[in-house]
Design a binder for this molecule. Structure first.
Ligand code: NAD
Length: 464
């Protein structure tokens, strides 16, 4: 595999200031496939300085010029789809078809949407006797996780660039190779030096240095709640903008009139996708007590079709595998009933977890409250709609969810009661333009589409 022993700063690949490296492991066979530089605070500083120096020029470009650069970036990503998919499969372990369709396909759609929006967005508006200018926030520090490694980069970098901001990216240590590939695409797209910079490195070192850097105007973070809280506190102390996307425990509410087999099948597929490593996954299935046993049976049968190593990949690391197995054990200890999978590891090598369905889960159990981030579905029982709404809203999170009912109107009426940022109605499709982000502790801010672009803009009002 092609690799860089350098970081992309100020328009060129340069060696890290120190000699530390990070090993990248293929989670399907546990082999080291590459090493990347472990950037230091000094590398971060060099990248932030480059981004600051490039800011006035990029912020002053006409939106149509930024749109043209983003269109060129989209074309680069499109031309390298296969390489992107193979890279994500190698460092994350997802099956190649999923990598092609989702890990390569979704960022392409998102980049394309910002190539379009950069050219059409109203960066100026009239409000009474004022003209309101929507200006770039400045230098963006983007810290991304490994679960949708390219999507999470593009969901921050593309709107930031469209807005006229410059960017320093610190990608997750498990999946830095697709981030390097992205930087190559940025370079080939003719985006000027310093506008986008990449520093690979460890979270507590390079990530922390980026979050703390006084030359950064906005920190956009996706990852764990624990790190998100620290980053939010740092940003608060420095009075700088912050966007946080911190995960969820989303509810898939199946109302009595729904097509149960379809709702269960789609619900199980949603949880098993990407080995359950999806912040918006519907990890709690809520079923009316009269149809509970039927739903459990359907879900167990559906989960059994996810053969590890074929239809479902491993988890990203041994640590994640152990964490997820620990949660399954905790669920059993608290009274949940395993109807598919379980805590035992499938035969190695690879960091696999058996696709698992837990029945008899009650709302206060750990597996009903905490984000597991693995292929584990908890099925809960409700007595009536009020009970369902109370259970669905009864966690600290509120990122996504689904409602299934006999008709869309009934599902929408219930969706209005949910404290969550997105709800799919009767199997509605993913929309790369719809605002994505959380209520409650799922985060602050929105990504994607015009709402995602607004995150990177600040207003200036001129009175006439
Ligand atoms: P993490 O929060 O540690 O890592 C996310 C990013 O933050 C990485 O780039 C990491 O290097 C960086 N980071 C880590 N410590 C940092 C610090 N002190 N300062 C600045 N940046 C720092 O997440 P993880 O350990 O990879 O995963 C743990 C759990 O987080 C998962 O099990 C899951 O529950 C959750 N998670 C959620 C999402 C999501 O999409 N919301 C993504 C990944 C993980």
């Amino acid at each position: 595999m092609k690799q860089h022993d350098a970081m992309y700063i100020d328009g060129s690949w340069r060696p890290a200031e120190g000699s530390g490296t990070i090993e990248v492991v293929n989670p399907a066979d546990e082999q080291v496939i590459a090493t990347v530089p472990a950037g230091s605070a000094r590398d971060v500083d060099a990248a932030v300085r480059a981004a600051r120096a490039a800011l006035p020029g990029w912020a002053a470009t006409a939106p149509r010029e930024r749109a043209a650069r983003l269109a060129a970036l989209r074309d680069q990503l499109a031309a390298r789809t296969e390489e992107i998919a193979e890279t994500v499969t190698a460092e994350l372990g997802s099956p190649l078809a999923f990598s092609t369709n989702v890990h390569a396909g979704v960022p392409l759609a998102v980049c394309a949407s910002y190539a379009e929006l950069a050219g059409t967005h109203a960066f100026e508006e009239k409000v009474g006797n004022s003209t309101v200018l929507h200006e770039p926030v400045g230098v963006v520090g983007a810290i991304t996780p490994w679960n949708y490694p390219l999507h999470q980069i593009v969901a921050k970098a593309a709107p930031a660039l469209a807005a006229g901001c410059t960017v320093v990216l610190k990608p997750a240590e498990n999946t830095p190779l697709v981030a390097q590939l992205f930087a190559e695409c940025v370079d080939a797209a003719g985006i000027p030096a310093g506008v986008f910079n990449l520093v690979t490195g460890l979270g507590p070192v390079a990530g922390q240095a980026l979050a703390e850097h006084e030359g950064v105007d906005l920190v956009s973070f996706t990852g764990s709640t624990a790190v998100g809280k620290r980053i939010g506190a740092l940003a608060g102390a420095a009075v700088k903008r912050v966007a946080l996307e911190l995960g969820g425990k989303s509810a898939n509410v199946i109302l009595p009139g729904a097509d149960l087999p379809k709702a269960v099948a789609v619900g199980v597929a949603n949880v098993m996708a990407n080995s359950g490593q999806t912040c918006s996954a519907w990890t709690r299935m809520l079923v009316h007590q009269d149809r509970y046993d039927e739903a459990v049976e359907l879900a167990a049968a559906a989960a059994a079709k996810y053969v590890p190593g074929e239809r479902i990949g491993p988890l990203v690391s041994a640590a994640q595998r152990d964490r997820v197995r620990g949660y399954i054990e905790r669920g059993i200890a608290e009274g949940a009933r395993v109807v598919a999978g379980g805590p035992q590891a499938p035969a190695g090598p690879g960091y696999y977890v058996a696709p698992t369905v837990l029945a008899d889960v009650t709302p206060e159990m750990t597996v009903a409250q905490e984000e597991i981030f693995g292929p584990v579905l908890s099925i809960l029982k409700y007595a009536d709609e009020d009970d369902a709404a109370r259970i669905a809203n009864g966690t600290v999170y509120g990122l996504a969810g689904a409602v299934w009912a006999g008709d869309d109107a009934a599902a929408v009426a219930f969706a209005r009661r949910l404290d969550t940022g997105q709800v799919d109605i009767n199997g509605g499709r993913f929309n790369p333009l719809a605002p994505f982000g959380g209520y409650k502790q799922s985060g602050i801010g929105r990504e994607l589409g015009p709402h995602g672009l607004s995150e990177y803009l600040q207003t200036k009002s001129l009175q006439f």
